[in-house]
Ligand binder design. Structure first.
Ligand code: UT7
Length: 330
């Protein structure tokens, strides 16, 4: 009998824009200071996609190209592209449609997933299921957000947190026990009031009033989100270890969503994981929403070894949260 098909990650691509927005820059824009930002969040700087005419899909395209280069494949060989984002180029068509066209992945069917900061984990599970079904052999899953498009740079409670970026992985089938092994995903719409964008959807379509009231920006009540994130991310990560008979000792890396260093530390502690096994790049990029986890995989691509068991964990708007267990395949 053929062993179970798993989806393995066979290549990673990442992209951040060149323009850097530092804490010192923000000090000139709003009433904040480097010390507050660093101690409360861990962020030092973030990248901003400033070039007019460029959007989220334009950050996905270089990721696709890097992946194709690494695997020595043509973009036309990609069968499906899934993009997790809350900052699509436009309401429709999907950012994935635009990115696959621009990258020359003309045979791929493509769609977006909206799950805020947990978007990459949601998309990874969907992509893995397509591979596990046996119907697809090459699926790209991307997380990408141009948060600067929905951040109010006069609101100090949100503008210091977010940055722009994208990351992606290629999924292919394997039968030797590597790959995406398990996933726990959750959502709870009662969290919506604490983190959302008020207007621009069918509830409050764009109007002079919504623009004047600044309702097209990300709105967050930090403390309740913080509280739910610490519990949610730590709970699912611990549950994932437990049901796979693993302890922190078995885990080579925790790859957490990068919203706040204090949330990440709490999750690592709950998993019994020493902090040197935690991927952390929040100081360089801030919170890039759906891009944080694949951007970590991109930054640590040379440190990952075949057979490493890694846990990806996220919490975000919705609320949405989850954790995924991966056995690194190369
Ligand atoms: O990625 C999606 C999910 N999102 C998250 O996981 C984010 C979760 N939340 C957080 O990470 C934190 O709640 C924040 C980093 C957003 C805020 O940190 P906090 O420790 O919860 O601060 P706070 O909102 O309770 O504010 C504390 C104080 C307030 O002043 P008072 O009322 O104590 O005088 C704020 O007005 O800090 C003030 N404050 C600032 N001060 C300087 C808020 N923002 C700033 C700022 N600079 N940028």
């Amino acid at each position: 009998m053929l062993a179970k098909t798993h989806a393995v990650i066979t290549a990673v691509g990442g992209y951040v824009p060149e323009d850097v927005l530092t804490n010192a820059d923000l000090e000139k824009m709003v009433d904040t200071n480097d010390e507050w930002i660093q101690t409360r969040t861990g962020i030092t700087e973030r990248r901003i996609l400033k070039t007019p005419g460029l959007a989220t899909s334009d950050m996905v395209v270089p990721c696709i190209k890097l992946i194709c280069e690494k695997r020595g494949i043509h973009p036309e060989e990609i069968e499906c592209l899934i993009v997790a984002t809350v900052t699509p180029d436009m309401v429709f068509p999907a950012t994935a449609n635009l990115a696959s066209y621009k990258a020359g992945a003309t045979r791929a069917w493509s769609f977006d997933i909206s799950a805020a900061c947990s978007g990459f984990l949601y998309a990874l599970t969907v992509g893995a299921s397509l591979i596990e079904s046996g119907r697809y052999k090459k699926v790209i899953v991307a997380g990408a957000d141009k948060m600067s498009a929905i951040v109010d740079y006069s609101d100090r409670t949100t503008c210091v947190l977010f940055g722009d970026g994208a990351g992606a992985v290629l999924l292919e089938p394997s039968h030797d026990g590597y790959g995406i092994l398990d996933s726990i995903l959750r959502s709870d719409g009662s969290g919506a009031p604490y983190l959302h964008m008020k207007a621009g959807g069918s509830l409050r379509p764009a109007s002079i009033e919504t623009v004047t009231a600044k309702e097209h920006f990300a709105y967050q009540e930090g403390p309740p989100v913080f509280k739910a994130a610490v519990k949610g991310m730590a709970d699912v990560s611990a549950e994932l270890l437990d049901r796979n008979n693993l302890t922190g000792e078995d885990i080579a890396w925790l790859v957490p969503h990068q919203a706040n260093k204090r949330i990440i530390d709490a999750t690592a502690d709950r998993m019994g994981l020493s902090h040197d096994k935690v991927m952390l790049n929040i100081h360089r990029y801030g919170n890039t929403t759906a891009a944080t986890i694949p951007l970590c995989l991109w930054d640590w691509r040379k440190d990952l070894n075949k057979g490493d068991k890694i846990v990806l964990a996220a919490f975000g708007g919705g609320f949405t949260w989850g954790a995924t267990l991966v056995k690194w395949a190369y």
